[in-house]
Design a protein around this ligand. Structure first.
Ligand code: GDP
Ligand code: MG
Length: 300
């Protein structure tokens, strides 16, 4: 794939979904490994965690994780399924991964069930084809092809980096042309800051509900590691647009902000493998989403 310089790039959000152990993390590492990109924090069972950003020539793929679909649907409650479905509608492409080894999933775990009512184009990745005889692959492709109207079914081996070029090629067909969603090369030294900001935003979303996040931004003001490396102190500011939102974010006697802070801190500690002291502020910045110089400051 060749892209002329200055050409509009393809960029979009891609959900990578599939049952545990099919090879999602392996694929992610493989995609991230060959392209310049940022770290992949541990997948969480929460909403739309960014798994990694793959920056290639002429494209930027933001891979996200979708909650709920890690578990078999029978274990999920309806709300989780609905939330997962909603996230699948918000992305540009769904990569649905199965592996060639496992028995064909139970009816309730089939892609048809997960993707029911989702209009987003979906590609089926049949992973671990290195482990099965070639003649077993075709019937599997036929089987999954009958289950759902996938835009493509791509046999891959994430472990051996086989078929991933074809995967990228197919994937890019369904990504819209447009600007990058994230700064091009988030320098490695600010990677952790960036992820920390995303984690706080995610918790903000989870703790406050739909209304807040689309008009919120998180800026990590400082990120200081103590000399003995035993503690990282992080200061961050949550920007919201309206005074009325402040009460929602802060909560009664600060309880909501505390909840956001605690759950974010836990994830950040897990990500960084260190103890973290997280201090959060909430500031109202009227109409910041329309304020281009402020947006620039945020890196958009
Ligand atoms: P996840 O739970 O979907 O994230 O799955 P992982 O990426 O953690 O993979 C589960 C296991 O399958 C690991 O032991 C991987 O090494 C292995 N695995 C993943 N992809 C492949 C593949 O293409 N071929 C083979 N042989 N093993 C794979
Ligand atoms: Mg995994």
């Amino acid at each position: 794939m060749n892209f002329e310089e200055n050409e509009t790039i393809k960029s979009g959000m891609v959900a990578l979904v599939g049952l545990p152990n099919v090879g999602k993390s392996t694929l992610l590492n493989c995609l991230l490994g060959q392209k310049i990109s940022i770290v992949s924090p541990k997948p969480q069972t929460t909403r739309n965690r960014i798994l990694g950003i793959v920056n290639g020539e002429g494209y930027q793929i933001v891979l996200i994780d979708t909650p709920g679909l890690h578990k078999a649907s029978s274990e999920m409650n309806r709300a989780m399924v609905r939330l997962a479905m909603e996230s699948l509608k918000e992305v540009d492409v769904v990569l649905f991964m199965v592996d060639a080894l496992s028995p064909i999933p139970k009816k309730e775990d089939t892609p048809t069930n997960y993707l029911k009512g989702v209009q987003t184009p979906a590609l089926l990745l049949l992973n671990k084809v290195d482990l099965v005889d070639k003649q077993k692959v075709l019937p599997l492709i036929a089987h999954y092809g009958n289950l759902y109207d996938f835009k493509a079914i791509i046999p891959i081996s994430a472990l051996r980096d086989d078929g991933t070029d074809l995967l990228l090629q197919e994937l890019l067909k369904f990504l819209p042309e447009g600007p990058k969603l994230y700064p091009d090369n988030i320098p490695t030294d600010s990677t952790e800051r960036f992820i920390v900001g995303e984690i706080i935003r995610e918790k903000l979303f989870l703790c406050t509900g739909q209304e807040i996040p689309y008009s919120s931004a998180v800026v990590v003001d400082s990120f200081k590691e103590r000399e003995d490396k035993a503690l990282i102190t992080i200061h961050a500011t949550i920007f919201i647009e309206r005074d009325s939102q402040k009460g929602i974010v802060v909560g009664r006697k600060g309880s909501k902000l505390q909840e956001i802070g605690t759950s974010a801190r836990k994830d950040i500690e897990e990500l960084l493998g260190q103890k973290v002291l997280l201090k959060l502020w909430v500031k109202v910045k009227k109409n910041w989403t329309k304020n281009s110089s402020f947006l620039k400051e945020l890196g958009f």
